[in-house]
Design a protein around this ligand. Sequence first.
Ligand code: BEZ
Ligand code: FE
Length: 308
Amino acid sequence: MTDLTRSPEIDAFLDKVAGLDNPTSEGSPRVRAIVRKIVADLFDTIDQFDVSEDEFWHALNFLAAGAPEFGLWAPGLGFEHFLDVRQDAKDVAGGLAQGTPRTIEGPLYVGGAPLVESGARIDDGSDAGEPLVMHGHIRDLDGRPVAGAVVDVWHANTKGNYSHFDPSQSDYNMRRRIKADANGRYEFRSILPFGYSVPPGGSTDRLLRAIGRHGNRPAHIHFFVSAPGHRHLTTQINIDGDPFLHDDFAYATRDDLIPPVAHKTDPGDIHAAGFNAPYAEIAFDFVLAPAEQPQAERLSARPRMLVA
Ligand code: BEZ
Ligand code: FE
């Protein structure tokens, strides 16, 4: 460490780099301040670890080549979870009540899934996984049903792959927007998903291996739950018993998001539920907090896929 980054010369240089020496020029003061902080922290890192030129250019090229997987780096390096933790802390500080815990969206949502009635089957039948029925109610903080709520659900198949990103699956397989009924009840049928793994040999995989980590997620099901007058909820449930349940590379597991999975094998149960083989049943209620402002009803502005 040279302590160069503490010197007045480097301080002044950082101001120049971030456009702070000419504050009347065009540009945003907030962006200037953030750029200065990020560059200063990286200068410090280079100094502290005596990063060589070879290492610097290797890192820059690794970032440039890895950019198509930044959607995986964000959860893998904990940024998505940190944004959730910060939002939770802001809610607590602002006295805002929380319903079902939020947890990360991840990069695999596709907008515009068909809007269907409660009870619909959302898989196309091509994956012989364990049949699943999941159901519950959407309620407000006082326990009142939220009629007309929409549950936008998406999950992987038994290979841990998602339709759209896996071109071998049909459009919107295991993706639907489910309209809750007048009592706030939702239900859908599908198959139990398996856990996701980052693409082998990709930039995320190489980055995680370099720090002795893996890129596996436990089996899970994603949800956006929305209704007028209520805060938009982004969450997931994990499938209990998965070996990665508490070792998710994306840090999405939360204690209240692990409902029991009932594996039904009794022929009477199977027949009554309309299946012809043993199936899994998950009961899970969503609790929505009131929207403190109209924007709270909406999804964040993150760029998302949309099938044309
Ligand atoms: C997922 O939800 O499946 C996911 C989340 C973060 C990174 C990769 C995948
Ligand atoms: Fe997922």
